[in-house]
Structures are given as C-alpha cells and as structure tokens.
Design a protein around this ligand. Structure first.
Ligand code: NAD
Length: 485
C-alpha cells in the first residue's frame, strides 16, 4: 500500500540525513560512529572501504545461498520500498546536490522500481547433439565494486543493486562525494528490504565518506571481481585502467536532428520535454539541435510555446562565461573550459537570473541559435540550455551531429518521417541509444518499450545494462549422455 508522505515529514527526514552527512568528516578523527537519521541508524555504511568490502562479501555469500525465488522476493520488496520512498529520495537528492527537480526525480525512482529487470533476466542455455549435453549458465562475478554519479545518485544505486543481486552478486558502492546522503539512504533502503525478507542485515555496503582514495582501495582489493562505473570520462578511464574486468558507462553529448519531414510541433514539444527532464541531468538528454533551415523558425516557435526562452547571441555569450569556467589540469597545466558545478542541473530561471533576466517557473529551457563551434554545442552542459544550429540538408546535419557526439557512441535523437534519413543518421552515429520521434527518455523505457537502466555502458559495450550484464558465462558438459531423442 502506498504511503503518503507529508511535506513536513519529507523535510524532517531530508534535514536529518543531510545533517548526519555533514557530521561525517569527523569519522577521520575517529569520533564519528553512526549515521543515525530520524532516530535510527543507516545500515551498511562503514568508516573504511575495507570494512565495507568485508560486509559486501558476507552479503554475497548470503545471496549465493538464496534460492532464485527468495532473491526475487527480496527484489520485489526493494521495488515496493523504492516506490514508497521515491518522494523522500527525490527531495533528498535535490537538497543535497542542489541539482535537478523533485517531481522528475520521483518519476525516475518509480521508473527504476517498475522497469529494472530482476531474476527473469538470467536464463541458462542448453545445447544437445551427438556428443551429449552442454549447459551454459550466467553466473555471478562475486562482489561488484560500483562507482555512482551525482546526477542520478539513488536511482543508480537502486538500479545497480536490483540487477547485481538478481545476478547473484554482492555489491559495495563508492558513491559520488557530492551525493553521499542520498546514495547511502538508498544503500540503507536495500538493506532494510533485505532484513524484511529474511535476507542478511547488510546485503549491500558503502562508506561514510567516499573519496578518490576509497575508490582506489576498491579497484585494488582482491575481493572485487567486477567494477561497474557510471560517471564522466575521468572516472571511466580510471576504472578501465584498473586491470580488472570493468563495465564503463561514460559521458554523452546527445545531438538531435530535425529534418523538414518531421511533425514540427511534436518535435518541438518532445525536444523540450526530454531536454528539461530533471533539468537535463540524464546523460541521454538532448544537448544540441541541428535543424533544417526551412523549418528552424517553426521549430523555435514551437519550443517557445512549450516553455523555452530564446536568448540572443550577446546573452548567450554572457551566459557561457558563467556556466563554463576555466579549469587547469593539475598534471599537464593545460587550461580547459569545464562546466560550473554551480550551474549543472539548475532551473532555467536560476540560470537566466545570472544574466539579469527574470522569468517565472513556466520557463523550463533556454534556447539560442549558435554556430557549430560554440561551447554550448561542444560541451556536455547537463543544464537546460539548448543550442540550435541551422543546417541546409541531411548530409550537413549528419556530419555535424556525429562530430558533436564526439565519438562517445552514447545517445542520439532524430525527428523525421523520412526513413532513409533516419537510417542514415542511425548508422553514421553508432550510438548505444537512438530515439526516433520521441523525447530522449523514451530510450530508457519511459514512454518507450524496453527495460530501464541508469548505467548505459557504451564504452565497454554492455549497452542498456541489466542483471545479465553483471554475470559471467560458465559451461557444464555432460558427454555422450542425457539426450532423450
Ligand atoms: P563524475 O565523473 O564527476 O563522478 C562519478 C564518480 O566518479 C564520483 O563518485 C566521483 O567522485 C568519481 N570519480 C571521478 N573521477 C575519479 C577518478 N579519477 N577515480 C575514481 N573515482 C573518480 O560524474 P557526475 O558529474 O556525477 O556525472 C556526470 C557524468 O557522468 C556525465 O559525464 C554523464 O554523462 C555521465 N553519466 C553517464 C551515465 C551512463 O549511463 N553512461 C549515467 C550517468 C552519468
């Protein structure tokens, strides 16, 4: 039965959890000992990564001893509790990270609860022939070390946990340092679900204060058999250099092409809906548009009707100086523009305010016309700013869109009724996800067919990850026997 949380209850829990995480640095001095909130302790959160891994190993042994039916029952409980506590995690995520939107984060948690595959994703195959029978099973790796992002923090912890447990693994998390409270709240939720279903008290584990150093302990620890990393290019590279089997779900910069056969009014609405979902935090969200010149004005009008605010070239210049800041590579000394953490995932109205424009909450996206080389096109902004580049034909559109995707092979979108154009772009861009005539989130099962994930593994090829992505194949051969024909 669904619990209805009052705003006051949610606020109280959010305050208590955030306050506890603020106290966490004391752990380094040995004085911080519990992560209590609302009168109780978070379960499965440890002072050191070594302790967390030891606990996850116990969790793994417990999962191995469970029947598949017992695992599925536990997952069902995780789904129920995720649905019930989605508003809390959504509010907590926004309060802690200052990014995204509570209503959309609630929807993301419900999506994870409803559409993350469970044990049904694991299926053995059998081959029989003159020489007998061979069985191939999808076996667990053991303890998985998972790195999670700040952009979809608890969504990723829960989605990873369901898939990894369904596959029979244990899990230890090193969450993003900017999203500790909400990520560890989700770890605790999984453990509460486990206890309620007769599973181990600590099924999955995490640390009080995750850092790059705790991540390094995880990479090197002999008990960790698989690393799963959801984050930007730096961390994916670090994980893939670890010498261990790793699944890397890295950055994207999804382009959208709109040609002159598209339903322009629908394309405008779909693009703004997708681009503004959780203030553009999802890695799959529309980041730049390539519009045929002969429909660009109508497309822009349609976007404005759907809550977009168009800024001119000077305003775009001023905004780019605020949302993109110089950052120096400590090793090479090279200075590069990077997105300002104070702007990622913020509301359009907040961003516009920074250049002196006041708008109401009905404005959900900032649009502007730019050239291809503009930083708004080239950088993965993760905020509701959408540059539009005019193109003359499909050749130019595909060439520029493929370049703007930067070879991430992550996600691309197109609005068109011309199947040749659609096919040409899909083939050229080679992305893991290609969405036609819908908002980007249709690509992860939200208003589109198929299961969901918040770990889209382009670089290592697992794609839309699910339980079977976290398994290793094992073969058992019975020679010359066991056929019935
Ligand atoms: P991020 O890269 O800043 O951080 C991810 C995690 O990695 C954090 O826990 C961080 O502390 C850690 N980290 C960073 N560098 C590290 C290193 N060298 N060694 C060890 N750990 C390190 O990610 P973010 O800002 O939270 O998320 C945004 C990025 O992640 C975007 O680029 C987005 O596209 C990508 N992302 C991809 C997917 C996907 O499924 N492909 C999903 C979500 C986010």
């Amino acid at each position: 039965m669904a619990i209805h949380w009052t705003e006051a209850q949610i606020e109280e829990i959010v305050k208590a959890v955030v306050a506890n995480v603020a106290a966490a640095p004391k752990a380094a001095e040995g004085t911080y000992s519990s992560t209590a909130y609302a009168g109780r302790q978070l379960i499965g959160i440890y002072e050191t990564m070594e302790e967390a891994i030891a606990a996850a190993e116990c969790g793994y042994r417990a999962v191995r001893a469970m029947s598949v039916a017992a695992r599925e029952k536990l997952i069902t409980r995780i789904r129920e509790m995720t649905r019930e506590e989605a508003p809390i995690m959504a509010a907590l995520g926004v309060a802690e990270t200052k990014m995204g939107r509570v209503d959309h984060k609630t929807a993301k948690h419900l999506l994870v609860a409803d559409k993350t595959p469970g044990t049904e994703d694991i299926s053995p195959t059998v081959r029989t022939g003159d020489d007998g029978l061979t069985l191939t099973e999808q076996a667990p790796f053991g303890v998985v070390g998972a790195i999670t992002p700040s952009t979809n923090p608890s969504e990723t912890v829960i989605c990873n946990s369901i898939g990894m447990i369904a596959a029979g693994n244990g899990v230890v998390f090193n969450p993003h340092p900017g999203a500790i409270a909400v990520s560890n709240y989700a770890v605790d939720l999984i453990n509460r679900a486990s206890a309620l279903e007769g599973g181990p008290r600590v099924l999955v584990a995490s640390v009080v204060k995750p850092t790059l150093d705790t991540a390094k302990v995880m990479y090197a620890h002999p008990a960790i058999r698989l690393l799963v990393c959801t984050g930007g290019p730096g961390v994916v590279k670090a994980v893939l250099s670890s010498g261990k089997k790793a699944i890397g779900a890295g950055a994207g910069n999804p382009p959208v092409i709109v040609d002159d056969t598209a339903d322009i009014a629908k394309a405008a609405k779909d693009i703004i809906d997708g681009c503004t979902f959780d203030n553009n935090l999802p890695c799959i969200a529309e980041k730049e548009v390539f519009a045929f010149d002969n429909i660009a004005d109508a497309l822009i009008d349609g976007m404005i009707k759907n809550g977009a605010y168009k800024i001119n070239a000077q305003q775009a210049e001023a905004l780019s100086k605020i949302v993109l800041v110089d950052s120096k590579n400590p090793k090479t000394g090279v200075i590069k523009k990077t997105v300002s953490r104070d702007c990622v995932g913020r509301d359009a109205a907040v961003l516009l305010k920074k250049i002196g424009i006041t708008v109401g909450p009905e404005i959900r996206c900032i649009i502007c016309e730019t050239g291809f080389d503009h930083l708004f096109v080239q950088e993965e902004l993760m905020m509701p700013i959408l540059p539009i580049v005019r193109v003359h034909n499909i050749d130019e559109a595909i060439e520029l869109a493929v370049k703007a995707e930067h070879g991430n092979r992550h996600t691309a979108h197109m609005h068109s009724k011309n199947i040749d154009n659609l096919s040409r772009f899909a083939k050229a861009v080679e992305t893991t996800i290609f969405v036609k005539n819908a908002p980007s989130y249709a690509g992860i099962g939200f208003g589109g067919e198929g299961h969901t994930t918040f770990t889209i593994a382009g670089p290592t090829g697992e794609g839309i990850t699910s339980a079977k992505s976290f398994t290793r194949l094992r073969r058992c051969v019975l020679a010359d026997s066991f056929r019935i024909i």
